[in-house]
Design a protein. Sequence first.
Length: 103
Amino acid sequence: MNKTEPAAPMDDGRVTIRVFGGLRELTGRTPLEAPASQASTVNALLSFLDRDHPKLAEALHSGIREGYLNILVNGRSVRFLSEGVTPLSAGDTVAFLPPIGGG
Protein backbone atom coordinates (compact mmCIF):
# COMPACT_ATOMS: atom_id res chain seq x y z
CA MET A 1 0.00 0.00 0.00
CA ASN A 2 1.39 3.41 -0.93
CA LYS A 3 1.42 5.94 1.80
CA THR A 4 0.18 9.26 0.51
CA GLU A 5 1.29 12.47 2.09
CA PRO A 6 -1.33 14.96 3.18
CA ALA A 7 -1.95 17.65 0.64
CA ALA A 8 -0.20 20.92 1.31
CA PRO A 9 -2.51 23.80 2.11
CA MET A 10 -3.62 25.32 -1.13
CA ASP A 11 -2.47 28.85 -1.80
CA ASP A 12 -5.54 30.31 -3.41
CA GLY A 13 -3.68 33.30 -4.78
CA ARG A 14 -4.35 36.95 -4.33
CA VAL A 15 -6.51 39.70 -5.74
CA THR A 16 -4.64 42.98 -6.17
CA ILE A 17 -6.38 46.15 -4.99
CA ARG A 18 -5.29 49.48 -6.42
CA VAL A 19 -6.63 52.83 -5.25
CA PHE A 20 -6.04 56.22 -6.79
CA GLY A 21 -6.42 59.89 -5.97
CA GLY A 22 -7.21 60.85 -2.40
CA LEU A 23 -8.12 57.25 -1.59
CA ARG A 24 -4.45 56.31 -1.79
CA GLU A 25 -3.77 58.27 1.41
CA LEU A 26 -6.12 55.93 3.30
CA THR A 27 -4.15 52.79 2.49
CA GLY A 28 -0.73 53.66 3.82
CA ARG A 29 0.57 51.69 0.85
CA THR A 30 -0.55 50.57 -2.54
CA PRO A 31 -1.30 48.16 -3.98
CA LEU A 32 -3.11 46.11 -1.36
CA GLU A 33 -3.86 42.42 -1.67
CA ALA A 34 -6.68 40.16 -0.55
CA PRO A 35 -6.81 36.36 -0.50
CA ALA A 36 -8.87 35.23 -3.47
CA SER A 37 -10.92 33.00 -1.15
CA GLN A 38 -12.11 36.13 0.70
CA ALA A 39 -12.60 38.20 -2.45
CA SER A 40 -14.66 35.99 -4.75
CA THR A 41 -16.79 38.95 -5.89
CA VAL A 42 -16.49 42.74 -5.74
CA ASN A 43 -18.94 42.74 -2.80
CA ALA A 44 -16.87 40.10 -0.97
CA LEU A 45 -13.77 42.20 -1.57
CA LEU A 46 -15.53 45.20 -0.02
CA SER A 47 -16.43 43.04 3.00
CA PHE A 48 -12.78 42.04 3.31
CA LEU A 49 -11.82 45.73 3.24
CA ASP A 50 -14.49 46.49 5.88
CA ARG A 51 -12.57 44.19 8.24
CA ASP A 52 -8.97 44.88 7.26
CA HIS A 53 -9.01 48.52 6.07
CA PRO A 54 -12.11 50.15 7.61
CA LYS A 55 -11.23 53.78 6.80
CA LEU A 56 -10.65 52.94 3.16
CA ALA A 57 -13.80 50.80 3.05
CA GLU A 58 -15.87 53.64 4.50
CA ALA A 59 -14.65 56.00 1.77
CA LEU A 60 -15.32 53.37 -0.92
CA HIS A 61 -18.86 52.72 0.33
CA SER A 62 -19.52 56.46 0.38
CA GLY A 63 -18.30 56.80 -3.21
CA ILE A 64 -20.44 53.87 -4.30
CA ARG A 65 -23.55 55.28 -2.57
CA GLU A 66 -22.99 58.71 -4.10
CA GLY A 67 -22.40 57.16 -7.54
CA TYR A 68 -19.07 58.83 -8.26
CA LEU A 69 -16.61 55.98 -7.65
CA ASN A 70 -15.49 53.94 -10.65
CA ILE A 71 -14.59 50.31 -10.02
CA LEU A 72 -12.59 48.44 -12.63
CA VAL A 73 -11.83 44.72 -12.71
CA ASN A 74 -8.87 44.02 -14.95
CA GLY A 75 -9.48 47.35 -16.66
CA ARG A 76 -13.21 46.85 -17.26
CA SER A 77 -15.87 48.83 -15.43
CA VAL A 78 -18.13 46.75 -13.20
CA ARG A 79 -21.00 48.85 -14.57
CA PHE A 80 -20.62 46.84 -17.77
CA LEU A 81 -20.00 43.55 -15.97
CA SER A 82 -22.13 42.36 -13.05
CA GLU A 83 -21.71 45.29 -10.63
CA GLY A 84 -21.06 44.04 -7.07
CA VAL A 85 -21.50 40.39 -7.95
CA THR A 86 -18.77 40.54 -10.59
CA PRO A 87 -16.69 37.41 -9.91
CA LEU A 88 -13.03 37.73 -8.98
CA SER A 89 -10.26 35.16 -9.03
CA ALA A 90 -6.60 34.89 -8.18
CA GLY A 91 -4.52 37.23 -10.29
CA ASP A 92 -7.30 39.76 -10.88
CA THR A 93 -6.75 43.46 -10.24
CA VAL A 94 -9.51 45.67 -8.86
CA ALA A 95 -9.01 49.43 -9.17
CA PHE A 96 -11.04 52.07 -7.32
CA LEU A 97 -10.97 55.41 -9.13
CA PRO A 98 -12.50 58.57 -7.69
CA PRO A 99 -13.34 61.34 -10.14
CA ILE A 100 -10.47 63.51 -11.23
CA GLY A 101 -11.11 67.18 -11.77
CA GLY A 102 -9.03 69.72 -13.53
CA GLY A 103 -9.24 72.88 -15.34
